[in-house]
Design a protein around this ligand. Structure first.
Ligand code: PLP
Length: 263
C-alpha cells in the first residue's frame, strides 16, 4: 500500500469527445499526480465539430455525487466548470459554501465553437452566489465581458476587468488574455488579489487544436492547490502545464482537436 495522493474534485460537464470538460480535468489531474474525482453536472454529445446536444443533470444528482465524495473520501481542492443553468450554479455554490477546501471557479460560458454552456439567465447567480465562493476565478475575455460588461482590448482593460471580477468576491482573479489581439506572439494572463499583481506571459503557439484549454488550466491550478501550493505558485505551474499541452495539441476528426496531456 502506498500513501494516497492529494485529492482533487472536478464539478463539470462531460465532453464525449474527450477533449474538454470532465475528461480534460481528470487527464490533467492524473498527469499532475493528484487523485481526480468527478461530479458530472451535464452530459454533452460533442466532437471536434461542436456540441451536438447537452443535458443538464438534476440538482439532486449533483448534490448526491458531491456529498458521496466529500463525506467519505474528502477533498483537497475543487474545480468547477460547465454548470449549465442557474439551478446548478446555486446548488454548487451552496455545496462549496460548506466545504473548507479551496475552489477554482472557471465561469464557463460559451465553447470555442460558440455553443452556449451556460444559460444567460444564470449569469446573475454566477456573480452573486458562485464567485464569492471562489479562491481563484478564471474567466477568459468573453466571460469577462459577459460578467462585467468590460470589453478588454489592452492590459489596462485587463486590470479594470480584474478589479470588477474581484468586486464579486473571489480571493484571486485570473484574467486570461490569450485572445487579446494586442499580444500577437504571446498569451498574457493577469493574476491579482487586488494587492499583488502577476503578469504571466507564454509564447503563443500557432496551433488551432486547443479544445479543452480553459478546463485544463483550471484543473491544473486546482491540482497545485490540492498539493498545498499558494495561489501564485499553483497558477504559474498550471500556466506552464497548459502551454505545453497546447503546443502538443493534435488534430482529431474534422474540426478542432484537443490539447495533449501526455506531452
Ligand atoms: N465542453 C465542456 C463540457 C466544457 O466544460 C467546455 C469548457 O469548459 C467546453 C466543452 C469548451 O471547451 P473549449 O472552449 O476549450 O473548446
Amino acid at each position: 500500500m502506498t500513501a494516497a495522493p492529494p485529492l482533487c474534485l472536478t464539478v463539470a460537464g462531460s465532453d464525449s469527445g474527450g477533449g474538454a470538460g470532465i475528461q480534460a480535468d481528470l487527464k490533467t489531474m492524473l498527469a499532475l499526480g493528484v487523485h481526480g474525482m468527478s461530479v458530472v453536472t451535464a452530459v454533452t454529445a460533442q466532437n471536434s465539430l461542436g456540441v451536438k446536444g447537452a443535458w443538464e443533470l438534476p440538482a439532486e444528482a449533483v448534490r448526491a455525487q458531491y456529498r458521496a465524495v466529500v463525506d467519505d473520501i474528502g477533498v483537497g481542492a475543487v474545480k468547477t466548470g460547465m454548470l449549465s443553468g442557474a439551478v446548478l450554479v446555486e446548488t454548487v455554490a451552496e455545496l462549496l459554501a460548506g466545504t473548507a477546501a479551496p475552489a477554482v471557479v472557471d465561469p464557463v460560458g460559451v465553447s470555442k465553437h460558440g455553443d452556449a454552456l451556460l444559460a444567460p439567465s444564470a449569469l446573475e447567480a454566477v456573480r452573486k452566489e458562485l464567485l464569492p465562493r471562489a479562491t481563484v476565478a478564471t474567466p477568459n475575455l468573453d466571460e469577462v465581458e459577459q460578467l462585467t460588461g468590460i470589453a478588454v482590448t489592452s492590459e489596462d482593460d485587463m486590470r479594470r476587468a480584474a478589479d470588477a471580477v474581484l468586486g464579486y468576491g473571489p480571493r484571486w482573479a485570473l484574467i486570461k488574455g490569450g485572445h487579446l489581439a494586442a499580444h500577437a506572439g504571446e498569451a498574457v494572463d493577469l493574476l491579482t488579489d487586488g494587492a499583488e499583481e502577476f503578469w504571466l506571459r507564454a509564447p503563443r503557439h500557432d496551433n488551432r487544436h486547443t479544445h479543452g484549454t480553459g478546463c485544463t488550466l483550471a484543473s491544473a491550478i486546482a491540482a497545485g492547490l490540492a498539493k498545498g501550493l499558494e495561489v501564485p505558485a499553483a497558477v504559474t505551474g498550471a500556466k506552464e502545464y497548459v502551454t505545453g499541452a497546447i503546443a502538443a495539441g493534435f488534430s482529431l476528426g474534422g474540426g478542432i482537436g484537443p490539447v495533449d496531456h501526455a506531452w
